[in-house]
Design a protein around this ligand. Structure first.
Ligand code: FAD
Length: 360
């Protein structure tokens, strides 16, 4: 049996959240290790669709310490002026790869944490596919991309066409000349529906309630400022203003009257969705842009208190039921704007400060 490796703090996941934690753990002088299941750096950014451009400009997309550079040789997306300011996902993956090298973060990959359990000495034992790790505190930063969610819809198994989730979408060209249903009223649904209007024969965008676009002038920069004001309990909730950032491709499709939202269908039939009025819209494919759940199965043996949508109850980033466990980057429930590049730094700093206090 291989020896158990020991560290003070174990970080699970080396996407943007895990790297931000690493940056502050290094500064705090704590002994730590980061385990990442992926073969290559970049977290979820390695897997996004081809046409995706950040909704946050580079100046508002940096992790602590190292500003994100502009993307060289990139033409401006439609409606934007400066080329390279709204980079693509590959640029972010490159930035994260450079970041972890620059700060010499102790990342072990590919190593998947399977389960975490208590030890008799008051510590934590992480079982991985490459041996065991003992730690005094643990930061879970495993993201959501790995746990797609599709709602239970009557007849889903009957549909004869192709069904895929946001996770599996690559390029509109794959749907050239096809009739495609896009389900979901968030950013992914709007962006993929807009992307498809450039190639598909017909797109039907379906949302539970009327689509709510944020005002056109709101991009990632403003969202961060709003989230900051919320931290100071002074300002509107972003969700009060709308659900969808009107990034240029979405705005273009909307303004050309190509992007209409229809209410959710009642069921899927073998040939397509059946709507409340009984009509069936013949379709070749359904793309479920219906979100994700936090990837937290590895913590199940700890029996932490869980809330809705697979979340673990927290105060800030700290698990309510166990002060040794911090959750980073999963969404606003683990800190305002914590699922964004610029926002995760703030919550990482706070989480590491709490961990350092406890371990001292
Ligand atoms: P991830 O990037 O998913 O990283 C988690 C890491 O954990 C992965 O490397 C994975 O391999 C690893 N892992 C998972 N499980 C285990 C395990 N059991 N053991 C070991 N390792 C494990 N944010 C912005 O700031 N600006 C934007 O413009 C922007 N646009 C977006 C557009 C879309 C369509 C989407 C979906 C998101 C966008 N975001 C944006 C948000 C941002 O991309 C994500 O929130 C971010 O990638 C999450 O980072 P993370 O580190 O929390 O998780």
């Amino acid at each position: 049996m291989s020896e158990v490796r020991r560290t003070q703090v174990l970080v699970v996941g080396a996407g943007q959240a895990g790297l931000a934690a690493g940056y502050y753990l290094r500064r705090a002088g704590l002994d730590f290790a980061i385990l990442d299941a992926a073969v290559t750096p970049g977290g979820a950014w390695q897997h996004y669709w081809d046409s995706l451009r950040l909704f946050s400009p580079v100046g508002y997309s940096s992790l602590p310490g190292r500003p994100m550079p502009h993307q060289a040789g990139l033409g401006a997306p439609p409606g934007r002026q400066a080329g390279g300011e709204w980079p693509d996902a590959a640029h972010v993956a490159d930035y994260l790869a450079e970041y972890e090298k620059r700060y010499e973060l102790p990342i072990h990959r590919p190593v998947r944490v399977l389960t975490v359990e208590n030890t008799t000495d008051g510590g934590l034992l992480a079982h991985t596919d490459d041996g065991d790790w003992h730690a005094e505190a643990l930061v879970s930063a495993t993201g959501t991309w790995w746990r797609p969610f599709i709602p239970a819809v009557p007849g889903r198994e009957l549909f004869a066409g192709r069904q895929l989730h946001t996770r599996d979408y690559r390029t509109a060209g794959d749907f050239s000349g096809r009739r495609v249903v896009v389900v979901g009223g968030g950013n992914s649904g709007a962006q993929i529906a807009a992307d498809l209007t450039t190639c598909a024969a017909a797109v039907r965008w379906v949302t539970r309630r009327p689509a709510r676009f944020l005002p056109d002038e709101i991009d990632g920069r403003t969202l961060f400022e709003l989230a900051t004001r919320r931290v100071q309990a002074d300002g509107p909730r972003i969700s009060d203003l709308g659900d969808i950032v009107a990034v240029p491709p979405v705005r273009a499709a909307r303004d050309r009257a190509l992007l209409h939202d229809h209410r959710m269908f009642d069921a899927l039939t073998p040939t397509g969705p059946r709507f409340a009025d009984g009509t069936v819209w013949p379709a070749d494919a359904v793309i479920w842009c219906t979100g994700f759940r936090p990837t937290l199965a590895h913590l199940a043996p700890l029996g932490l208190r869980t809330g809705e949508r697979g979340r673990i109850d927290t105060v800030g980033t700290c698990a309510t039921a166990d002060p040794r466990i911090h959750l980073l980057g999963y969404g606003d429930w683990t800190g305002p704007a914590s699922a964004t590049l610029i926002g995760v730094g703030r919550t990482a700093r706070q989480a590491v400060a709490e961990i350092a206090d406890r371990l001292r």
